[in-house]
Structures are given as structure tokens and as C-alpha cells.
Design a protein around this ligand. Structure first.
Ligand code: FAD
Length: 379
């Protein structure tokens, strides 16, 4: 069996100074946001807030200046992200673009990036992820959306499903089959930039368990694309998507989604109650371990190392902790001092319902464990 090596990171004085600045900004900007909204964490959309982050240089922080970025370190970026998540800031509008679409464009489609990435940095241009389809989620290589060459570029036919926040986004990066390759199902896939306002695109929100409309069905009915909308080389989509998933799976959002629930429990805890202290202490210890793992992956990604195994580990372990938090709230506090109309009860209701999706979105538990097992040499 192989070992997993995660290099610990130490946040320096510059990072801690930035943390103070971010906390002051959040205290000012989000003072009136109720606990029930903070519970939504990185799934709340607020373009005005995204633009304010952009004005401060807190989107695309590590990116080159020629794309509008600030060339700050990945650790400084991490500090901004964890402070936003800990406060339950409404960051969903720009989150995907900042986390994965911007880096993908700069790496594989620099000409498109020159035009589009500065808008991401300003907090004005939003992206969604077009991977899953009806009948294709875990088995992503089975997608049926197809791209055919035309005299002027490409035409796309197909349907994407569970596309988070597409109704608020300007662009999708879609994984599309462009060839039936003899060398296996993972060959012949390509990624395209799709303008969601283009003719032939229909975005229809789907209501989730909490009554919110976060994800969507996106129909691509003969969407015509110019040649430049192909990201990277035709047929290289699988390796590009695999690299993108490491960004998607490893960030602090994979263990800090339920922070508001932890804060509510800390507020409600009784002084001297050992059972509560031990249970809450364990969550804090888990946060500390996950933070080091997640920071370690941030370092690997900034060095362009293959982080697929460690990113899967962060997401799998993060989801376990995240899902334990609302269960703990029930076990420690139910039927005792929690009023039905309290912040605690509202946050608990949201966290209980939302948490079931944490081991689905971004890759299911079984799929992640398959990746981990393969990385460890066990299969
Ligand atoms: C809140 C939320 C937001 C999402 N946002 C997006 C988005 O923005 N963009 C996007 O493209 N997708 C998005 N998704 C979709 C998500 O990526 C898929 O739901 C996920 O990959 C699982 O695919 P599926 O739903 O088709 O389930 P399936 O793949 O059908 O899996 C069903 C069950 O079977 C298990 N299973 C499947 N294959 C295997 C196997 N080989 N071995 C063992 N067990 C297996 C799975 O683990 C799971 O438990 C989102 C999902 C959620 C819940």
C-alpha cells in the first residue's frame, strides 16, 4: 500500500494581517445577515457582495496581473476563503469561476482568458460546471451531449443536469463528446465555453429539498460555437476535467459549510457540560486536521502537482464531518432549550436537510473512495 504525503503549511504574518482585514470587512458588510442566511454559506448568491470582493482584489487573488489578478500567494487566498466561509458569506455567484473556471481558461485557453477573466476578477462574470447529465453523474465518461464540427466551429446538442446556479451565470464550461474514440470511453471528450445567453440554451431551475432553486437543468439545443470556444485540444477533455475536479474537491468549502451550526451549538452549550464539550471539541479537532490537509492540497495545486488522491481524501473526510454536525445538534440539544423560532432551530432545519447532498455534490462517497483506494495501490 502507498502512503499519502501531505505537507503541512504554516500561515505567515502576512496571511494573519490579511485575516484581520477580511474579518473587519465581513463584520461591516454582513452585520445584518441573519443566522438562517449564513447557514446557506457558499450556496447564497449575492452579485453586489461578489463585486465588493472583486473591488478589494479578493477574487482571482493568485492570478497573473495580465488577467487582472493580484499575484498573491495561494495561502493568502486560502485565508480569504476560510474567513468568508466561517462567516457564511454569500459567495456562490463567483465561487466556481474563482475556484476552477478562471484557472482552467488561463491554462488551456489564454485568448479566451484575456477577454473573460478580468470580469471574473471584478466579481461580475459567473461560471457554472456542465459535467453531469441525466443518466451520467459518477460515470462521467458516459455523457451523451455531443459536439459536431461545422464549417464555422462547433454545434452542441444535449442536456446538462444539476448545474448549480446556472440561472445566475454568464458561462458554462461543458464536457462534451466530440468523438467516439476506439481507445476507450475517456478519449474523445472535449470542454467548451458556452455563453448561456446564446440561442439554443435553455436554463430551467429545479427546486431542492429546502425549497430553494440552486441547481438547474440546462438544455443545449443546437448551440453554435466559434472554434475559439474549444478549451484546450479536442479529445483532451478527460484529463482537463480530472485536474479541475482537484480544485473542486479540496477547498475549505468541503468542511466549512456547516460552520453556522457549530457556532449555534457553541452558543447553546452549557458551561461545565462534559458531553457537549467533548463532542464539540472533536469537531474542532476535525476542523484542524482537515484544514491542514486542505492547505496541503492548495500547496500541491499551486505547484501544479497531481492532487487527485489528496483532494478526494479531503472531500470524503470533510463530508463525514459536515454530515455529523447536524446529527450532533439533534443528539446534544433536541427537546431541551431550543425554541422552534430560534436561530438554532432555523439553522438546524437547514443544515439537516442540506447535509444529505454533501456526499453527492462534487463526487459521491463511493466514487471518492474508489479514487483513494486506487491512489493507495489497493485496486
Ligand atoms: C447540490 C448538488 C449540486 C450539484 N452541482 C453540480 C454542478 O454544478 N455541475 C454538475 O455537473 N453536477 C452537479 N451535481 C451533480 C453531482 O456531481 C452528481 O449528483 C454526482 O456526481 C452523482 O451522480 P448521479 O447523481 O448521477 O448519481 P449516480 O452516479 O447514479 O450514483 C448513484 C449512487 O450509486 C453510487 N455509485 C455509482 N457508481 C458507482 C460505482 N462505480 N461504485 C460504487 N458506487 C457507485 C454512487 O456513489 C451513488 O451513491 C450536483 C449535485 C448536487 C447534489
Amino acid at each position: 500500500m502507498e502512503a499519502v504525503h501531505i505537507q503541512p503549511c504554516v500561515l505567515d504574518a502576512q496571511c494573519e494581517a490579511l485575516r484581520t482585514e477580511v474579518r473587519a470587512f465581513i463584520a461591516r458588510e454582513l452585520a445584518d445577515v441573519p443566522a438562517s442566511e449564513r447557514a446557506k454559506n457558499w450556496t447564497a448568491v449575492n452579485p453586489a457582495f461578489s463585486r465588493k470582493l472583486g473591488e478589494r482584489g479578493w477574487i482571482g487573488m493568485t492570478w497573473p496581473r495580465r488577467f487582472g489578478g493580484s499575484e498573491r500567494s495561494s495561502l493568502e487566498r486560502y485565508v480569504v476563503m476560510e474567513e468568508l466561509l466561517a462567516a457564511g458569506a454569500p459567495v456562490a455567484a463567483h465561487w466556481v469561476a474563482d475556484r476552477q473556471s478562471g484557472p482552467l481558461l488561463m491554462r488551456y485557453a489564454p485568448q479566451l482568458a484575456e477577454r473573460i477573466v478580468p470580469g471574473i476578477v471584478r466579481g461580475e462574470t459567473y461560471f457554472c460546471i456542465g459535467m453531469s447529465e441525466p443518466d451520467s453523474g459518477s460515470d462521467l465518461a458516459s455523457i451523451r451531449t455531443r459536439g459536431e464540427r461545422t464549417a464555422r466551429g462547433w454545434v452542441i446538442h444535449g442536456t446538462k443536469l444539476w448545474t448549480s446556479f446556472a440561472q445566475h451565470c454568464h458561462y458554462m464550461i461543458a464536457l462534451v463528446r466530440t468523438e467516439r474514440a476506439a481507445s476507450g470511453r475517456q478519449a474523445g471528450l472535449s470542454q467548451f465555453l458556452i455563453d448561456l445567453r446564446a440561442p439554443g440554451v435553455q436554463v430551467r431551475p429545479i427546486r431542492n429539498l429546502m425549497g430553494d432553486e440552486d441547481f438547474n437543468i440546462v438544455v443545449l439545443d443546437g448551440v453554435e460555437l466559434a472554434d475559439e470556444c474549444l478549451i484546450g485540444e479536442a479529445g483532451d477533455g478527460w484529463s482537463q476535467v480530472t485536474a479541475e475536479l482537484s480544485f473542486e474537491r479540496s477547498g475549505p468549502e468541503r468542511y466549512l459549510s456547516n460552520t453556522q451550526m457549530v457556532l449555534e451549538m457553541l452558543d447553546a452549550a452549557d458551561a461545565g457540560n462534559e458531553r457537549q464539550a467533548v463532542a464539540l471539541g472533536r469537531i474542532v479537532a476535525d476542523y484542524a486536521a482537515l484544514r491542514q490537509m486542505s492547505l496541503g492540497v492548495a500547496g500541491m495545486l499551486s505547484r501544479r502537482e497531481d492532487a487527485a488522491l489528496t483532494a478526494a481524501l479531503v472531500k470524503d473526510q470533510g463530508a463525514l464531518v459536515e454530515q455529523r454536525i447536524p446529527e450532533l445538534a439533534h443528539a446534544l440539544f433536541d427537546g431541551r432549550r431550543v425554541a422552534a423560532d430560534s436561530d438554532f432551530a432555523r439553522v438546524q432545519a437547514y443544515a439537516t436537510q442540506a447535509s444529505v447532498s454533501y456526499s453527492l455534490r462534487g463526487g459521491t462517497r463511493e466514487i471518492l473512495r474508489g479514487i483513494i483506494a486506487r491512489g493507495l495501490g489497493l485496486r
